[in-house]
Write a protein that binds this ligand. Structure first.
Ligand SMILES: Cc1cc2nc3c(=O)[nH]c(=O)nc-3n(C[C@H](O)[C@H](O)[C@H](O)COP(=O)(O)OP(=O)(O)OC[C@H]3O[C@@H](n4cnc5c(N)ncnc54)[C@H](O)[C@@H]3O)c2cc1C
Length: 469
């Protein structure tokens, strides 16, 4: 055993977390885990296909259940099912066609946003809608119907023209708003339950220079500030507002507005493979040292946000999750939760959320507020009406006791979201009760009926759908 692993195991045994460490892959066994390292699942086999044809062949040859993984950033076992054939999509990472004139790209679904950015940046084009980091695969992003900080754009579905899907009986279907529209709307937020998404056709945007504008906004004024200063300004490209502990009551709004000013950062994309030692140390200090949160609020944030910043959109969109990744996840881990709240209930929800986070002493690094217009396309939409999203980034110990405590306050936050007419996001830990899921996603019954039609033997499975369908 390598000395580093031995050292981690010894420390883990001493602190009682050993039972939670991912099982080391025993000879002939394949264990799939996600970024949190809290969900090891033993599958029967894993394949990394390179083409739609290889996926068809694998589905024909394998009689059992199938699970699908992309970048593996979901955090509750959404990528795996015990005893399944695991399809690892990361081998399907090619750009299939790019029409720079019409701003349309067709890609294999296992490609990461960052690989797309490398291909389109020379054409002065940008991804239209994606998450805040560039490591996710397009198929994974589509299957959760991700969103980013793009002003007025909403979920990924709003930038997708067509999807190629391989179904349980190895048929290849082309889906769009006019071809197989029922299936098209259900694959967004379908979490791999309907088939393997093998190709995706996306609209692109222009790559522009953007200037950062950071402003403190009183909590009660934020919805109006957002509508009048951000949403109504056609030059606004990205926006979010940060709330930090201990009170979560003083939003710092960060907008990126299109500009002709010269860039302060010459690089067009964030360089790959950086170590981010300083970023990691700062996050560790803020979450572990007494007074860390205050130092961040009073010293670090003002000094960073006070600086002028003009960057290319592709630079801001190519951030790497490595900057957040702790040196080890064996003792503690970083996780997310997200809640979508109708805009009129912004204030009651924030106040309730802040009360729960304080009372439960949650080690919250950040709550990022974003916005989405209503999603009228997707079946399992997280924004059936216009919403503000609250993305909670928190740290917990990697023990069962810590996870049990987190489950208590996560359920309280989900209740707060439901009481305020909202929903919660499904790529994270499976802490919601079945009743909470049912209330948040009443369309699940329709999804189940559709699944029964295209996957009658329930071949496509994972821990999310095992828990809630
Ligand atoms: C640090 C961090 C930051 C994040 N920021 C954001 C954000 O800004 N906005 C946001 O919306 N979300 C965000 N997320 C959540 C993220 O969007 C999801 O976890 C997403 O699933 C990640 O994509 P992935 O490629 O890792 O997918 P995976 O985790 O690998 O898969 C997710 C789901 O999609 C299914 N799937 C994957 N590929 C396919 C395919 N080709 N066909 C069919 N099903 C498939 C899987 O079975 C699984 O159910 C963040 C997560 C982390 C950890």
């Amino acid at each position: 055993m390598n000395p580093r692993r031995r050292e981690i195991l010894r420390a883990a045994a001493a602190s009682g977390v050993a039972a939670l460490l991912p099982a080391p892959a025993r000879a002939g066994r394949t264990v799939i885990n996600d970024v949190s390292q809290l969900n090891p699942v033993e599958v029967a086999d894993a394949r990394r296909p390179r083409s739609t044809g290889e996926i068809q062949a694998a589905l024909r040859a394998w009689p059992g259940t199938v699970s699908i993984g992309g970048g593996r950033f979901s955090q509750g076992g959404q990528i795996a099912e015990p005893g399944s054939l695991h399809v690892d999509m990361r081998g399907m990472n090619k750009v299939l066609s790019l029409d720079a004139q019409s701003r349309v790209i067709r890609v294999q679904a296992g490609i990461r946003w960052r690989d797309i950015q490398d291909a389109i940046d020379p054409h002065d084009l940008s991804v239209k809608i994606m998450q805040s980091f560039s490591n996710f695969t397009v198929g994974g992003a589509l299957s959760v119907n991700c969103h980013g900080r793009y002003v007025g754009r909403g979920p990924l579905v709003n930038s997708v023209r067509a999807v190629q899907l391989v179904t349980a009986d190895a048929q290849v279907l082309e889906l769009s708003r006019s071809r197989e529209p029922e299936l098209f709307r259900a694959v967004f937020g379908g979490y791999g339950g309907l088939g393997v998404v093998t190709q995706v056709e996306l609209d692109l945007d222009a790559n522009t220079r953007m200037e950062r504008i950071a402003q403190s906004v009183p909590l009660e004024d934020y919805p109006q500030f957002f509508r009048e200063t951000v949403l109504a300004d056609p030059k606004m490209v990205m926006h979010n507002a940060d709330l930090i502990s201990p009170d979560f009551d003083a939003p710092v709004a960060i907008s990126w507005r299109a500009t002709d000013k010269p860039v302060t950062e010459a690089k067009r994309l964030v360089p790959r493979g950086q170590r981010y030692a300083v970023d990691k140390d700062v996050i560790w200090a803020v979450t572990e040292l007494p007074g860390g949160a205050r130092v961040r609020k009073e010293v670090i944030n003002p000094s960073v946000l006070g600086k002028q910043a003009v960057v290319w959109r592709n630079h801001e969109a190519s951030l790497d999750t490595a900057m957040l990744e702790p040196r080890t996840r064996s003792m503690s881990t970083y996780l997310l939760q997200e809640f979508f709240i109708p805009q009129e209930n912004f204030l009651p929800f924030v106040r309730k959320m802040a009360g729960i986070l304080k009372a439960r002493e949650v080690n919250a690094l950040n709550v990022s507020i974003r916005h989405s217009p209503a999603d009228k396309t997707s079946l399992l939409a997280w924004a059936p009406q216009e919403v503000f999203a609250f993305v909670l980034y928190y740290k917990q110990r990697s023990t069962q006791a810590a996870s049990a405590k987190v489950r208590v306050w996560t359920r309280e936050l989900i209740d707060a979201a439901l009481e305020n007419g909202g929903r919660y996001y499904l790529p994270y830990r499976l802490d919601a009760t079945r009743e909470q899921f049912r209330r948040a996603y009443p369309e699940a019954a329709e999804f189940t009926a559709l699944k029964a039609r295209v996957d009658p033997d329930k071949r496509f499975r994972n821990l999310l759908w095992d828990a809630y369908l």
